[in-house]
Each structure stands twice: as structure tokens, then as C-alpha cells.
Design a protein. Structure first.
Length: 373
């Protein structure tokens, strides 16, 4: 077990759910705590309930957030649930109707009517997330009963860890207008030392994001990577198997085969295979001169050309996809794959064009030579 990989891959390790792992990580935390605090600026929480690293990105990205939530109202419901649990003791029970009454009274954006299925569906999704994350236990009943009838009851138990889900802020956040304010506040404590800020920002980007692309706004960060690449490589490879690759306009952390830290690209699914095949097509078109490579190694093409690229990928390689993707109509395939590429920030849709990031031309996939479509 690699303690750092476990801590960075999970939101937390709960004693109530994984007692053995909790004690193993707690005993080994000293080995990685210094790295997390000095190199990444992360706070480590260790208490009788859990072990948690307060992970904050250097840059907010499209794929971040709670993937189970798809609507803003679900985030609002979740915050209200956390507020509700503030007044509950650990192991204290409550029924769902108590919570729905609280949410209905506190929500200000619109009038919540639990007889409307849409509201019940959003709340059920949030409650299931709370259970899966270990914030709540279901002692009796099921959310499906509430889905069918707004009077359906469920008996929950407060685990006692909800207060550790959100970060503790040292400033009043009521005046914040957006996520940039939160990121800016993250560096206030060390703002007098730009070197520390830059170092922590670089380590966060390399470990928690797809990589670092050289742009005007992060010129200092990219210069730090190039100047201290050997030191960074040494720091990281002592903690987990990896390799730092630095190019003219981008830098990436390539994880070793034995690493199990978070999500990877590619993952073991057809969607990742399609992303790699798109990378192969892009590489071919760039090498042939069909696509012009810009000074920062990115490629800018029209939206129509981008659509044609994904259609060509489907037509050329589709026979090797699983049935779900093989039988997709062209528009459905385009929507699915373009959403994935945007979510991973491999491409960026601009007003008129689509910008292809350099990494999409560096991660390519090919079918075996004996594959016949």
C-alpha cells in the first residue's frame, strides 16, 4: 500500500467503514505529511473519525466537482443537508421527513414542492451520494419509497463526519462571487513568498491535473518545471512510481504501471480507447500538414473540421468498439466524445474554433497490425 496514493485518490478514509486501512494510513502518515504540506500546501486532518487531505486544485478544471451531480440544485440540497447535520450528534437518527421539511424551509431560490417528482429525484440523488460517501447510514427504509410517494419515510443515522466534508475557511466567504475568489484566498497565507506559492502550484498541477501547458498566464510555473525538473522528478519518484516528461510547451507526470493514484488516461474502457484513436488521427493529420501546429504545440481547427474528425474516427475504427459505441448514430457519437474531450480539457471550444491541446497528440492509440475492420 502506498499511503500517498491512497490519500490523494480518496476524499477521506473513514474509520467506521475501513478500520484496518484507517489505522494503517494513520500510522504511516508521518512519511508523507511533510511532502503534502511543504510541496503542495495541503492540510492533513487526522482524528478519531477519519484521515483526510484537504485537496485544493491549483486551477479549477471542467472535470472537477461531484460527478454524481448534474444540476446546481443538487449542490444546493447537499449544502443544506450538511447544515442540517450540524445540529445532529454522531450516531443520532432522524427520518427523511424531518430533513425535507428543513430543506423546504431553507431553500430560497424557489418554492420546493415535494409532490413534484423532479424535486424528489434531485434529493434522492443527493441522499444516495451522502450514503455512498459515508456521511449517512440507512437504518430502515429506502429512497425508492420516497421516489414513488413524497410521504415515504427513510430512517437515517448521522455518522458524524459531515462537518469535515467542507473546508474550514479563515476568511468570511459571503462576499465571494465565484470560484476564483476561493483560489485567490488559498494563497493569501503565503502570498509574501512567491517562491512557495509557485512551487505548491506546480506540484498541484502536475499531480492533480492532466499536466501543465505553457501559456502566458503560467509562464513562471512552466519555467519552474524546466529549471527544477530533476528535483521534482526526485521528489516524486521517491513517493510513487512515475516519470516527469517536459517538452517545449508542456509537462506531464507519467504514472508507473504499478501506480494506483486517482484516475488515469487512458482508463480501461472503450471511451478512453476512442480518445486515443482520436489522438492517432490528429497526429496523422499534423504530420501530413493537414493540421497546422501552433507555436505552443496546440492545434486550432474549425468546429466543422472537429466534427469531421470525430465522424472519421467513428467510421474508420468503429468496428472495434463495443456495441454501445459501434451502433451510435453520428450525432450521438459526436456529442458523447466531444463532451468527454472537453471534460478532460483535451480540447477547448472557442467562439468559432476548437483548440486541441498538445497532450491529445501525445497520447495515441492504434489497433494491432492484424486487426481487420
Amino acid at each position: 500500500m502506498n499511503t500517498l496514493e491512497v490519500l490523494l485518490s480518496r476524499r477521506w478514509i473513514l474509520k467506521s467503514r475501513e478500520k484496518e486501512l484507517y489505522y494503517r494510513v494513520k500510522d504511516d502518515i508521518g512519511e508523507v505529511k511533510r511532502f503534502l504540506m511543504e510541496k503542495m500546501g495541503y492540510q492533513v486532518i487526522v482524528n478519531p473519525y477519519l484521515v483526510k487531505v484537504e485537496k485544493v486544485p491549483a486551477k479549477a478544471e471542467r472535470w472537477m466537482g461531484i460527478q454524481e451531480f448534474t444540476e446546481p440544485i443538487e449542490y444546493a440540497f447537499f449544502c443544506l443537508i450538511l447544515m442540517f447535520l450540524e445540529n445532529k450528534e454522531a450516531e443520532e437518527q432522524f427520518v427523511l421527513s424531518e430533513l425535507t421539511e428543513y430543506v423546504q424551509g431553507q431553500y430560497r431560490e424557489e418554492q420546493i414542492d415535494w409532490t413534484v417528482y423532479r424535486y424528489r429525484r434531485h434529493l434522492i440523488k443527493v441522499m444516495k451520494y451522502c450514503v455512498s460517501e459515508g456521511i449517512l447510514n440507512v437504518d430502515d427504509g429506502s429512497e425508492e419509497g420516497f421516489a414513488k410517494d413524497y410521504s415515504g419515510e427513510v430512517l437515517y443515522e448521522n455518522v458524524g463526519v459531515s462537518r469535515f466534508f467542507m473546508r474550514n475557511f479563515t476568511q468570511d466567504i459571503m462576499e465571494y462571487s465565484g470560484y476564483p475568489d476561493f483560489l485567490k484566498a488559498e494563497w493569501i497565507a503565503v502570498d509574501e513568498d512567491r517562491g512557495i506559492v509557485r512551487r505548491q502550484r506546480v506540484y498541484r498541477r502536475l499531480i492533480m491535473s492532466m499536466g501543465i501547458c505553457r501559456m502566458e498566464e503560467n509562464e513562471e510555473d512552466f519555467a519552474y518545471v524546466r529549471n527544477y525538473r530533476n528535483m521534482i522528478q526526485g521528489d516524486l519518484e521517491n513517493l510513487f512510481p512515475c516519470e516527469l516528461q517536459v517538452f517545449r510547451s508542456s509537462a506531464y507526470l507519467i504514472m508507473g504501471e504499478d501506480s494506483r493514484m486517482g484516475r488515469f488516461l487512458p482508463e480501461e474502457n472503450t471511451l478512453s480507447d476512442i480518445v486515443l484513436l482520436c489522438g492517432q488521427l490528429i497526429r496523422e493529420k499534423a504530420d501530413s500538414g493537414e493540421y497546422e501546429i501552433l507555436s505552443d504545440d496546440s492545434i486550432r481547427i474549425s468546429k466543422e473540421t472537429f466534427r469531421g474528425l470525430l465522424e472519421e474516427c467513428h467510421e474508420r475504427f468503429g468496428s472495434g468498439f463495443i456495441k454501445t459505441y459501434r451502433e451510435m448514430v453520428t450525432e450521438e457519437f459526436f456529442q458523447e466524445i466531444s463532451a468527454c474531450l472537453k471534460n478532460l480539457e483535451l480540447v477547448e471550444e472557442e467562439r468559432e474554433d476548437v483548440l486541441i491541446r498538445p497532450v491529445l497528440g501525445r497520447v495515441v492509440g492504434k489497433y494491432p497490425s492484424d486487426f481487420s475492420p
